[in-house]
Design a protein around this ligand. Structure first.
Ligand code: ABC
Ligand code: CA
Length: 494
């Protein structure tokens, strides 16, 4: 009897209940579901300024999994799936999925229950993982009808009673943590009524909700929206109910503020490093010394160092890098960095196509307008970087456990060593006669043959295993052993 019971439990468990360790071997492609692909591949117009639904669906994602997998990604993060506020507001429609109106129903704009199951199954059959974005801090109300906030109108299942919510007050730019946790995000135009996550009934209902969500759609991981707006001691119990990898959004530029969240969640999106990295890669004025200091602070302060953090240079809330600089050398350097990072590289959809949108809503362009062209320099760059990371993991069991080290830290260049990878980065840009030179002593075996992932050029380490390299046109160099490159480099040696 017992063995049958165990058997049934196993059968109903998610197909791949991916652990944090499993996720750390992955690279993630972040998708705004409404903007990635339509069900029939019809080329709907999509004016980002309108902030309206443009027609992207879960079916559309399934149709274009080859595109994502060809780039080398083995996980995707999609928009929140719950039913959202309908109709127009001062800030447009809820195409982004962050304005929940019913936790017990799906957002029908994105497809049906079966479509979401199909997406999950399609990913798993390719060995890919599914990360859902979840919003449990708040719901959204159309506007403030009276002094006291919002109407329930049968909305917000299962939180259909006013007593499930904190009383109305806005977070604004308060730095008071109890205000950040218990007041409302949004504003009078689109208030985001805050759930009372201090109330045991809410804790219970959200535990049940996430357990079901994960099970029903065989979800492998969760990106947690607005994690800093809920008390820290809420998270461990909730994470246990979820039973899968959790990565929280803690929007701050302060490492010390972000660090405690790494104790209560599996991981966080590494925003403090992001701000420094954006500065350094968006202009030759940025200084690597500042960025390296921020990265080292995070390595020291977070529970697992930078391991398992989400490493990104773009997302749906921040201006794209190409809106700040169109210098291909700077953009290439930035993309390289995320792949030698200790954490999980996350690429925001559209960067492979050179999309240039500024802040929200301009950074949420429709990908179908690019025709999913794969023969593009940044698409190929991502292919090489994904292949290099995979090869580094395969050739060195310690790759994922060795913290990156910084050498030759200059204002405008740095060498990042994460054996067997060595990334030589610079932000001098392509429009300069100024070169960059990296001297890294004793990084490899004496006279080791190193291959540049990006150019496939071979280089020999010196008698002490050191390298001394000068850059060309501000381009980065990445030097592990990469099989495809080794073959090409060997050919070019004749
Ligand atoms: C809409 C419009 C915007 C308009 C806004 C008022 O309303 O589109 O143009 O300005 C969703 C939608 C948005 C929508 C919002 C609000 O809902 O995607 O389009 O904006 O209705 C998450 C998601 C985000 C999502 C929500 C809401 C939350 O990633 O996509 O937005 O579910 C705060 C939260 C953060 C949240 C973010 C939007 O707001 O903490 O979780 N993101 C400071 C604060 C941060 C604050 C940030 C932006 O400002 O500290 O807490 O984020 O308001 C650094 C500082 C930081 C500073 C940043 C900006 O600069 O160190 O402290 O952050 O240098
Ligand atoms: Ca809250």
């Amino acid at each position: 009897m017992l063995s049958i019971l165990v058997h049934i439990l196993l059968l109903t468990a998610p197909a791949l209940a991916a652990t944090a360790e499993e996720w750390s071997t992955r690279t993630i492609y972040q998708i705004i579901t409404d903007r990635f692909a339509t069900s029939d591949d019809a080329v709907h117009p999509c004016d980002t300024n309108q902030r309206k639904y443009c027609g992207g669906t879960w079916k559309g994602i399934i149709r274009h999994l080859d595109y994502i997998q060809n780039m080398g990604f083995d996980a995707i993060w999609i928009s929140p799936v719950s039913a959202n506020l309908e109709g127009n507001t001062t800030y447009g429609e809820a195409f982004h999925g962050y304005w929940t109106q019913d936790f017990t129903a799906l957002n029908s704009h994105f497809g049906t229950d079966q479509d979401l199951r199909d997406l999950s199954a399609a990913l798993h059959s390719r060995g890919m993982l599914l990360m859902l974005d979840v919003v449990i801090n708040h719901v959204a109300a159309p506007s403030i009808p009276g002094k006291d906030g919002f109407t329930l109108d049968g909305f917000y299942h299962p939180f259909t009673d006013r007593s499930y919510f904190h009383p109305q007050c806005f977070v604004g730019d308060s730095r008071d943590q109890s205000v950040i946790e218990q007041c409302w995000l949004g504003d009078e135009a689109v208030p985001l009524p805050d759930l009372n996550t201090e109330d045991e009934r809410v804790v219970q209902l959200f535990g049940d909700w996430v357990r079901n969500l994960v099970r029903q759609y065989s979800v492998d991981g969760l990106r947690i929206d607005t994690a800093k707006h809920i008390r820290k001691d809420f998270w461990p119990g909730w994470g246990q109910a979820a039973g899968v990898f959790t990565m929280g959004e803690v929007l701050t530029d302060e490492t010390a503020y972000a660090a405690p969240y790494t104790d209560v969640l599996d991981a966080i999106l590494d925003y403090p490093s992001y701000f420094q990295l954006f500065r350094v890669f968006s202009s030759p004025q940025g200084r690597f010394s500042d960025a390296v200091a921020a990265l080292q602070r995070a390595q020291a302060a977070y529970r697992n160092g930078l391991f398992r953090t989400g490493s990104f240079i773009e997302n749906h809330d921040q201006p794209r890098l190409a809106s700040a600089t169109q210098d291909r050398a700077l953009i290439t350097n930035a993309m390289v960095f995320s792949f030698v990072h200790d954490g999980i590289p996350i690429t925001y959809y559209g960067s492979e196509q050179g999309y240039q949108g500024g802040g929200d809503p301009s950074n949420r362009e429709a990908l179908w307008l690019s025709a999913y062209e794969e023969d593009k320099p940044l698409f190929r760059l991502l292919q090489s970087l994904n292949a290099a990371r995979r090869q580094a993991m395969a050739s060195s069991p310690n790759f994922l456990k060795t913290p990156m080290q910084f050498y030759a830290v200059e204002e405008h260049s740095v060498a990042v060593l994460k054996p067997p990878m060595l990334a030589l980065l610079t932000n001098v840009g392509s429009d300069t006669s100024q070169g960059a030179r990296w001297i890294v002593p004793r990084a490899f075996a004496p006279h080791a043959l190193l291959i540049d992932v990006l150019t496939c050029a071979p280089v020999l380490a010196d008698a002490n295993g050191g390298v001394d390299i000068v850059s060309q046109y501000g381009m980065p160099q990445v030097r592990p052993f990469l099989r495809a490159c080794l073959v090409r480099a060997a050919a070019s040696l004749h």
